[in-house]
Design a protein around this ligand. Structure first.
Ligand SMILES: *Cc1c(COP(=O)(O)O)cnc(C)c1O
Length: 415
């Protein structure tokens, strides 16, 4: 068992929200800002912190994170336009495999700060676009080559998602060399190769992720050395672990920051950048819903809640039980008996007509009753925005954002 997963304010929301306004995503923006401030403080000053917007691109989240981050990583033309509008003027780095010519043209036209080029073809496309559109005298677009280098055996072991190895992401050493040659030629106006980017693994603890960072920095140094070209910016990606089975455990930002500091000292002249998504926003969101029905099915207690994986796909996508807590609600409005769990452990499903619509198995919820609230935690990242929202045409959830920019509690962390 873990200590309470809910803040008092979220618990109060869960109790107070009427059934008709459930399910509802509740976000704690002041908690998010405190967390982001602590992450920022744990990283060396020289390391840049970008937020990977795809983890949760809600405008309120982006605005809350803006003061604590150096920029935002976007992975599509849609994200680029959305983030630019939500946090105008903040630096953006544009990644993602399969960028279309239109997306690249829009990125150049919008004056995006950095493009992470994912392939040789993309570099050629960028060159063609820039040579047509670059206005002499205006600043060039900075390009980082997204690489997918061979890394020492075991470096990516244990990751939940692996972007290194045979995947659509980034380019191998030979293509990176050719890309750098193309970008450093005299015939390449409007583009400036400034560094290397990689995002090789997701879901690693601090020690393992430092190994990844070291491998990326080594690959960047090799490329820079072979081409006698400075590559001062090295993005080492995101992927800081969130442990859904043990929500009280947090990624060790202090150890990671100290390790990055040591790495940076070994490579003077290199500016490191990290771009976490999940580990920044997972903890600031809750999916609040109510139990519609409880039944005994072949000897097991099953509770059906309003909503389901079409709102919160995270447990289905990752194959885990979403951590949750019950908030009891009185009274029961009907004259007939209130359906209730007979045992201590309950499987919690949603309303979809598929056996895959399971949010949590074996939730400790002795006596769970219809009408009680179930609050799923760690629902602030890769939750609503990765969900198959139109399946079965249930209504969408509501959204509430507690606290926020005007809240001053986050200032305490910096002093
Ligand atoms: C998704 C993504 C991230 C963030 O990954 P997390 O596992 O959420 O930290 C960072 N960089 C790139 C390029 C990504 O695609």
């Amino acid at each position: 068992m873990y200590p309470s997963l809910l803040t008092p304010a979220v618990r109060a929301e869960a109790q107070a929200l009427p059934s008709g306004e459930l399910p509802c995503y509740v976000h704690d923006l002041s908690g998010l800002q405190q967390h982001a401030a602590a992450v920022r403080a744990a990283l060396p000053r020289t390391v840049e912190l970008y937020y990977a917007a795809k983890a949760n691109p809600a405008a309120e989240i982006l605005a809350a994170l803006a003061p604590w981050t150096d920029g935002f990583e976007v992975s599509s033309g849609g994200e680029l336009a959305h983030v630019r509008a939500a946090v105008p003027g903040r630096p953006l780095a544009f990644s993602g495999p399969g960028k279309t010519p239109d997306e690249l043209a829009a990125a150049l036209a919008a004056g995006v700060d950095r493009v992470h080029a994912e392939s040789l073809h993309e570099v050629r496309m960028l060159r063609a676009l820039a040579s047509r559109t670059h206005v002499p005298g205006s600043p060039p677009t900075r390009v980082l080559l997204r690489i997918n280098p061979a890394v020492p055996e075991g470096t990516l072991t244990g990751s939940a998602l692996t972007m290194g190895g045979p995947t659509p992401f980034g380019m191998g050493t030979e293509d990176a060399s050719e890309a750098l040659r193309l970008l450093t030629g005299d015939d390449c106006p409007g583009l400036e190769p400034v560094g290397v980017h990689a995002h090789l693994a997701s879901g690693l603890p601090a020690g393992a992720l430092l190994g990844v960072a070291e491998a990326v920095v080594d690959a960047a140094a090799g490329l820079s050395h072979r081409h006698r070209t400075p590559l001062p910016e090295v993005g080492v990606g995101g992927g800081m672990a969130v442990d859904y089975t043990s929500p009280g455990d947090r990624f060790d930002w202090a150890a990671y920051g100290a390790g990055l500091d040591a790495l940076a000292r070994r490579h003077p002249g290199v500016r490191l950048r990290v771009e976490p998504g999940r580990a920044l926003t997972a903890y600031c969101g809750w999916y609040v819903t109510e139990v519609l029905d409880v039944k005994r099915s072949h000897g097991e207690d099953v509770a059906v809640v309003r909503g389901g994986t079409h709102h919160l796909r995270t447990p289905a996508a990752k194959g885990h039980d979403q951590p949750a807590e019950v908030v009891p609600v009185e009274p029961w409005p009907h004259p007939w008996p209130r359906p209730a769990a007979a045992g201590d452990r309950v499987t919690v499903t949603g309303q979809l007509c598929t056996p895959k619509d399971v949010l949590a198995r074996g939730l400790e919820a002795a006596g769970l009753r219809a009408g009680d609230r179930v609050v799923f935690a760690l629902a602030g990242a890769y939750a609503w925005n990765i969900s198959h929202r139109d399946f079965l045409m249930h209504p969408p959830p509501g959204f509430r954002f507690l606290g926020g920019a005007e809240d001053s509690t986050c200032q305490v962390m910096l002093t």
